[in-house]
Design a protein around this ligand. Structure first.
Ligand code: NAD
Ligand code: UDX
Length: 528
């Protein structure tokens, strides 16, 4: 097979950026250029403030982009798409494939406009034969469409089209890329296509050969969708059982443990939650639903559609549970939302369950005080604006958890950030806050002022109070994962009866009960 010397990746997003950083790091002899239409994104990739957050990503980028290990830098970022395409032997298409919002299949089908525009750019810029690799998640049959585009626009050139879907999960992208369960490569059956697949396989030189799986190109496209659908289905299944647990006294974590001990089932992706989020699951399940509908497989479509329906139900159920515990009215009640990202260790908020649930609480009249360790205030307002316009007057964003919790009638945990965990018991200091008399002073003074029953109007601006409080968790420590919020302190500043709704089952509810909280967890019966 041809030896790949230059790679171009179209799309410098959550997939293109980390994937190419790892490929470049592991292949010092391959020049890798990641291109994007967005100048801002490319400028950020060239800077010290990368456009996305992933643990260990910067260290990898530094090695390949800046040559910190002494190599000639081999990871480049550019908006000169045409040049990068023409210079490359192999081109990844890693553009977004969101759900269509208009036209045929709106609300379900994948929008392939970005994939098609990337293909057109390739056809127009290429002056030599290329291996073109679908990295984006696409419906089964997309490779055929690409072949048609290339045949029409660049008939004089020979393009090998491969499918090589990405399986990384955000928050663990670098580890997933370095230690993948499998690398999937789909090709045609002829020798030329197989040789192109082999050239791509050699790029993954750090992956044990038995983890590189080659299949036909349609299987590859469909397998990626299928994998995400099966993962999402497990979460909806466990979430459906969480509703039964809440009504019966069974406990979802015990259930998941027992069920997962069956090796045929396995224990992962069985964590009940207030609903799954992220840019992939909903979009990919709906894409499969649309494919099934297009093939007139109504029962199949209904089966998969129920995965998304159950997820919407789970989010709504959680919001209703909060409302019910607050006497069915949230008018002017202050509710602290801890966590906005759709999962920990990312600042991505796409389809975050927090957005839907916040919208439902605001619709009931709540005033939200939001804190997330990584997500910016602007991002939170942008998310709310598109989900429920005019919501911004009901929301304030705080730079630390304890400020968000002051005078809150309820604390709602929406992301499983380590910072929210309760595993500090017994530790004399944590979260940058010592067990000092200053804390005790604040504990007493604030608890006096915040000791009424839940459901009291939010009159004064709590941010004034936050100015005089120590700020646990706020420091410049980039190793945010070691920070912990001080739940004793939170106990002192929230309103009674100190309600906590744990949408990710991250806190130890017995431990918080000992601090005077009443905790409602997913899949556990109400305690009041
Ligand atoms: P993203 O939105 O973060 O990045 C896509 C980038 O492509 C954007 O920066 C956009 O400007 C750029 N782009 C679009 N059209 C372009 C064009 N014609 N030329 C140049 N740049 C163009 O998306 P993402 O999260 O990286 O996802 C990319 C694909 O990978 C999707 O199909 C997704 O389903 C799939 N995927 C995503 C994940 C994930 O965790 N995010 C994991 C596996 C697979
Ligand atoms: C997912 C797939 O895991 C990954 O393989 C694919 O390439 C892209 O889509 P991602 O969406 O980044 O990755 O994260 P994932 O860890 O799958 O979590 C998705 C959502 O499900 C999150 O909101 C998470 O909190 C939730 N989740 C996950 C649960 O509610 N319970 C679980 O047990 C696992």
């Amino acid at each position: 097979p041809k030896t790949v010397k230059r790679i171009c990746c179209i799309g410098a997003g959550y997939v293109g950026g980390p994937t190419c950083a790892v490929i470049a790091k592991q292949n010092p002899d391959i020049q890798v250029t990641v291109v994007d239409l967005s100048e801002a994104r490319i400028a950020a990739w060239k800077s010290t403030a990368l456009p996305i957050f992933e643990p260990d990503l910067y260290e990898i980028v530094e090695v390949a982009r800046d040559g910190t290990d002494g190599r000639r830098p081999n990871l480049h970022f550019s908006t000169d798409i045409a040049t990068a395409i023409d210079e490359a032997d192999l081109i990844f298409i890693a553009v977004n494939t969101p759900t269509k919002t208009a036209g045929l299949g709106a609300g379900k089908a994948s929008n392939l406009a970005y994939v098609e525009s990337a293909a057109r750019m390739i056809a127009e810029a290429a002056t030599s034969d290329k291996i073109v690799v679908e990295k984006s998640t696409v419906p089964c049959g997309t490779a055929d469409s690409l072949r048609t585009i290339f045949a029409a626009l660049a008939p004089h050139l020979a393009f090998d089209i491969l499918s090589n879907p990405e399986f990384l999960a955000e928050g663990t992208a670098i580890n997933d890329l370095l230690n993948p369960d499998r690398i999937l490569i789909g090709s045609l059956k002829d020798a030329k296509s197989k040789s192109a697949a082999e050239a791509l396989a050699q790029v993954y030189n750090w992956v044990p050969r038995n983890r590189i799986v080659t299949v036909n190109i349609w299987s590859s496209e469909l397998a990626k969708l299928a994998a995400n659908c099966m993962l999402a289905q497990r979460i909806s299944s466990i979430n459906s059982l969480s509703a039964i647990c809440e009504a019966t006294g069974a406990e979802i974590e015990e259930l998941a443990q027992v069920v997962g001990l069956d090796v045929r089932i396995g224990g992962r992706m069985l964590k009940a939650s207030a609903g799954f989020g992220g840019s992939c699951f909903k979009k990919d399940v709906l894409s499969l639903v649309y494919i099934a509908e297009s093939l007139h497989l109504e029962e199949v479509a209904l089966h998969w559609k129920s995965v998304v329906d159950l997820n919407e139900y789970q989010k709504g159920r959680f919001a209703r549970r909060i409302t019910r515990a607050l006497h069915n009215t949230l008018a002017n009640k202050r509710i602290a939302i801890l966590g906005w990202a759709y999962k920990k260790n990312t600042r991505d908020t796409r389809e975050s369950a927090a957005i839907t649930i916040a919208g439902q609480l605001i619709a009931e009249g709540a005033q939200l005080a939001i804190y997330d360790p990584l997500v910016s205030e602007k991002q939170i307002f942008d998310d709310l604006e598109s989900a429920c316009p005019n919501a911004s007057s009901s929301v304030k964003v705080y730079p630390d958890a304890s400020a968000a919790c002051i005078d809150a009638c309820a604390v709602v945990i929406m992301t499983e950030w380590d910072e929210f965990k309760t595993d500090y018991a017994g530790s004399p200091t944590f979260g940058g806050m010592a067990n000092s008399s200053t804390d005790d002073h604040h504990l007493t003074s604030t608890s006096t002022s915040a000791s009424s029953d839940s459901g009291i109007d939010m009159q004064d601006d709590p941010s004034e109070k936050s100015a005089v409080l120590p700020a646990p968790g706020i420091d410049d420590n980039p190793n945010y994962s070691t920070k912990r919020i001080d739940w004793r302190h939170i106990a002192a500043v929230v309103r009674r009866p100190r309600l906590v709704f744990d949408g990710r089952n991250v806190v130890d509810s017995d431990m918080l009960a000992s601090l005077g909280f009443r905790v409602q967890s997913i899949g556990k019966a109400d305690v009041f």
